[in-house]
Design a binder for this molecule. Sequence first.
Ligand SMILES: NC(=O)c1ccc[n+]([C@@H]2O[C@H](COP(=O)([O-])OP(=O)(O)OC[C@H]3O[C@@H](n4cnc5c(N)ncnc54)[C@H](O)[C@@H]3O)[C@@H](O)[C@H]2O)c1
Length: 251
Amino acid sequence: MRLEDVRHIGVLGGGVMGGGIAQILAGLAGYKVTIRDLTQEILDETREELIERKWGVKRAVEKGKLSFDNGMRAIENTDFTLDLADLADCDLIIEAVPEKLELKQAVFEELDGVAKADCIFASNTSGFVIAELAEKVSDERKKNFIGMHFSNPVPVMRMLEVITTDESDPEVGEIAKAVGEAAGRAVSMVKDKAGTYGFILNRVFAAAAREARQIVEDGLATPEDVDKAMITGRNWPAAFFGSRGGIGKQW
Ligand SMILES: NC(=O)c1ccc[n+]([C@@H]2O[C@H](COP(=O)([O-])OP(=O)(O)OC[C@H]3O[C@@H](n4cnc5c(N)ncnc54)[C@H](O)[C@@H]3O)[C@@H](O)[C@H]2O)c1
């Protein structure tokens, strides 16, 4: 697979993440995107989210965050399907089903029998070891198996982590990086590591959250004071304990 061969991208799961991933890949990067989910009701909801809801294209265009042409492209380039076979000619498939290891492994195993031989498989897992997600696909596929971890809400948060394993072809990581950049992402490359959960974003956040909890458990500060310090000192808008430390919205 070469970057210029990537034309059709499949997205498995049209939930919070899958819908947003499809939106930016179709709208900003211009790929043909097909979203697969399990019921027509969910797919209708995904379409509604993409067009009408808080992070959808209509509001983004109205607010001047997205051009009208890119907004139209996001709608026109996105197809919705219940049938996995509709992903058979995809060049890249991004999995965004719920964060359950066995479910993801089973989904990739099924996909392996449907997707074309050189299709790249990517998981948007928040933190599972990518090599473990690849356990049930063929050995041949493993070189095309990576992580692509987007951040929520995808149309707003520019982060993308591309995770490569010991078995991934480095060129596949570079293709994923270029695809992400075409969709306006700031891409960080990171290696997979057994025995961990999370890549850069979630590992660093988890470490900070552990310290925040420890400070409160030790009786050194209240949750509100921890949140206040992190919001005003580091500009972390989503603080650890969900309070705003009494500082109000103006900040
Ligand atoms: N929500 C976040 O903030 C966030 C951020 C980064 C990464 N993630 C990761 O993204 C992934 C998806 O999370 P989400 O929040 O979008 O979940 P979600 O529950 O909103 O959506 C998951 C979708 O997958 C569908 N699904 C289940 N099995 C399927 C199958 N076999 N084929 C196709 N679709 C299937 C469900 O019907 C649902 O619509 C998880 O791995 C999660 O850890 C989530």
